[in-house]
Design a protein around this ligand. Structure first.
Ligand code: SAH
Ligand code: SF4
Ligand code: F3S
Length: 477
């Protein structure tokens, strides 16, 4: 039986009231047990989801939970899911499946499945039917409803698996949500939510609702506080940041917002993602060219080099328009790092379309490329079209990545002998003898470092490069 109920609107006061009830419940537990309940958050998907997870954790901590390192130690597990490709959904479902065993050992365990996957009715339905140990679901637009949904499940000892409130999907932006940031020097700041573009392959507009922008004053305040608190690398997030500001009472477009943020004093980097090529304006490029904190880095997803495929994808630009933007960027921003996304094997993609994509890669010379094999998404137009055979998709993908490896290597070779500014992240995960960090263009750099350098900028002389890594020597740090 499908439960057709929806969440009802929930304001700040209601959220606070519910959070208070959970807090008291947790406090009573901590007093009697001598330790507090643990919360564990697993995150799939894009930076937007990572930012959402920091809010979920922030709300959980505010309600008296203690963050723990593993799911086994937790009394509350949140799985923040992604729906962009089938693989992402399968991984999240497999993880939820694993938690069954933890729940068997701890019947009081609460499991919440959040994010883009559960904003789809068929996924909520399968969780309801096949995963009876999942306590609640929380779609992307209902994130701020977390305290209320959690308290309802605790108080009534029931499951809460409902669709999102239409107002949340269409018009609401919840402010004032506590954030528990994973890093003390890199931060995400959402400037807008949702997407109105409906690219024919993409699930995002269906699971994240309509475009809603945050007020400029709220964003300014958040970024000011972060810079003052010592954050060095701040990324503004939105599915299409160039649409920022539509519908705001006081007119402000994304370039205006960037200019205002760039005026915040301090030693820090400002970056943003993602820009849609159909409306990456010259005004925006000019603001970047003259900015003090805005890094000369652009992520401009191309998706395909074939005009025919771009049209079928409903991207609303062609290669000529894309190249025009890239040429202007390269002219105005000398140290430009340019990255992109490509989908291989979109329905109807012929060999000649694929060749056009390869030619586009050669023409643009991206520094880095995120390539994806097309994955049909239920409810999107392209899912119903004639599909490219899986082996063709795979062959094209592997070959495309080989071509890009050569281009990325050539781009990185231009940096050999140069000094790059790096924000140090700490010991490298792949080679513990070295430290790693990122350039303003988000390229990974490996060098001999010390703990004192973590979260700080240093200068590295680039000595050796690979397609996706730079190696060098710190010359001041
Ligand atoms: N808003 C961003 C992209 C968000 S999704 C933009 O418009 O650029 C990130 C990337 O996932 C997309 O750029 C696209 O390359 C890829 N993607 C989206 N849907 C996909 C699908 N159904 N199959 C494969 N890749 C997909
Ligand atoms: Fe998806 Fe297109 Fe929106 Fe990006 S712009 S989130 S690819 S619909
Ligand atoms: Fe995935 Fe949702 Fe991001 S579908 S890519 S987590 S917007």
């Amino acid at each position: 039986m499908v439960d057709k109920r929806m969440l009802t609107p929930c304001g700040e006061q209601e959220r606070e009231a519910a959070a208070g009830l959970v807090r008291d419940w947790n406090l009573a537990y901590a007093r009697s047990m001598g330790h507090s309940r643990g919360v564990y958050v697993a995150t799939f998907g894009c930076q937007q989801n990572q930012a959402d997870s920091e809010k979920l954790l922030g709300m959980a901590v505010d309600m008296g939970y203690r963050p723990v390192e593993t799911a086994e130690e937790a009394d509350l597990i949140l799985v923040n899911t992604c729906a962009i490709r089938e693989h992402a959904e399968n991984r999240a479902l497999a993880m939820v499946g694993e938690y069954k065993h933890i729940r068997e050992r701890n019947p009081d365990l609460i499991i919440g499945v959040c994010g883009c996957m559960v904003s789809q009715e068929h996924r909520r339905e399968s969780l309801r039917k096949s995963y009876p140990y999942v306590t609640f679901t929380l779609g992307t637009s209902s994130l701020h409803q977390f305290p209320r949904v959690l308290w309802e499940s605790i108080e009534k000892d029931c499951r809460v698996i409902r669709s999102e409130c239409p107002e949340d999907m269409e018009s609401e932006v919840a402010e004032g949500i506590p954030v528990h940031r994973a890093s003390g020097y890199r931060a995400w700041v959402s400037v807008m939510y949702g997407c109105n573009n409906f690219c024919s392959y993409c699930i995002v507009p269906y699971v994240r609702g309509r475009e809603r922008s945050r007020e400029k004053a709220d964003i300014l305040r958040e970024v000011q506080e972060l810079v003052q608190a010592g954050y060095r690398d701040i990324t503004l997030l939105g599915q299409n940041v160039n649409s920022y500001g539509r519908g705001l009472a006081e007119p402000c477009d994304f370039a205006d917002l960037l200019s205002a943020l760039d005026a915040i004093p301090g030693d820090w980097w400002l970056r943003f993602m993602t820009s849609h090529p159909k409306d990456a304006s010259r005004k925006l490029i000019d603001v970047m060219a003259t900015g003090k904190h805005i890094v000369p880095t652009f992520h401009l997803p191309l998706q395909s080099g074939s005009d025919r495929v771009l049209h079928a994808m409903n991207r609303r630009y062609d290669m000529a328009k894309y190249m025009d933007t890239v040429t202007y960027m390269k002219e105005r921003i000398p140290r430009l790092t340019l990255t992109s996304d490509i989908i291989v094997g979109f329905p109807g993609e012929e060999e000649e379309d694929y060749q056009a994509t390869l030619r586009a890669l050669e023409a643009v010379q991206f520094d880095m490329l995120f390539a994806f094999i097309y994955s049909p998404r239920k409810g999107t137009p392209a899912a119903g079209w004639e599909q490219v055979p899986p082996e063709v998709k795979k062959t094209r993908y592997t070959h495309l990545m080989e071509v890009q490896d050569g281009i990325s290597l050539a781009r990185n070779r231009e940096l050999v002998g140069q000094v790059v500014r790096v924000l140090c992240d700490g010991e490298s995960k792949t080679n513990p003898a070295l430290y790693s960090g990122r350039t303003e263009g988000n390229k990974s750099v490996f060098f001999a470092g010390t703990e004192a350098m973590v979260g700080r900028f240093c200068q590295v002389l680039v000595e050796r490069v690979e397609p996706y890594a730079l190696h060098g020597r710190v010359i001041d740090g």
